[in-house]
Design a protein around this ligand. Structure first.
Ligand SMILES: [Zn+2]
Length: 158
C-alpha cells in the first residue's frame, strides 16, 4: 500500500512548523485521502493525549514546599536488608545469652539431671616437676591438687 509522500509535510504543518512544509501543503492535505486520514489520526492522538495528560503546575507559592520535598527524598536514609539482618543477629545473640544464663543458673533439683559424681580418669599436666593428686570429696566433687614444690600447692576443680 503506497502512501502519499507528503505525510511528513502534513505532520510539520499540524505541529505548527509551517516553515518545514511547502506552501501548498494545506491545499494538498484537503484533497489527498492519505493525508486527510493521517491528519485525522494526528488530531485523534492529540485529543487523546490532551484528555489524559494533565500536567501539574508548581506555582511560585508552592515552589518552596516542592523543593523541600525533593530535599527530604534526597536526604532520606536508604533502607535495606542490612538493618534487618543486624537486628536479627542481635536478637539471636540475646536469645543465646539468655539460654546460656538459664543453663547456668537454672535449678537442676531434678535428680535425673544431676551428676552423681565427677570422675577424673587420668589427670595430666605438662608442667615439669609437678605431681598431681585427685581427691573426691564427700559431696562428690573432685579436687585436683597440683604439687609444685614442698611449700607451693595449687588446686582446682574440674
Ligand atoms: Zn498526500
Amino acid at each position: 500500500m503506497a502512501e502519499c509522500g507528503r505525510l511528513y509535510h502534513v505532520a510539520a504543518l499540524f505541529d505548527g512548523e509551517a516553515a518545514l512544509a511547502p506552501p501548498d501543503t494545506a491545499e494538498h492535505a484537503a484533497t489527498c485521502p492519505d493525508c486527510a486520514r493521517y491528519l485525522a489520526h494526528l488530531r485523534m492522538l492529540r485529543d487523546g493525549v490532551g484528555a489524559v495528560a494533565e500536567t501539574g503546575v508548581v506555582t511560585d507559592g508552592q515552589f518552596g514546599a516542592f523543593l523541600d520535598g525533593i530535599r527530604e527524598c534526597i536526604d532520606a536514609p536508604v533502607r535495606g536488608w542490612r538493618r534487618f539482618w543486624t537486628l536479627a543477629s542481635m536478637t539471636a545473640a540475646a536469645v543465646l545469652i539468655a539460654l546460656a544464663l538459664y543453663a547456668v543458673f537454672a535449678d537442676f533439683s531434678d535428680p535425673a539431671r544431676q551428676v552423681e559424681a565427677t570422675i577424673v580418669e587420668a589427670p595430666y599436666s605438662e608442667l615439669s616437676g609437678v605431681s598431681i593428686d585427685v581427691q573426691i570429696g564427700k559431696d562428690g566433687n573432685a579436687v585436683i591438687w597440683v604439687n609444685n614444690a614442698p611449700n607451693d600447692v595449687w588446686y582446682g576443680t574440674p
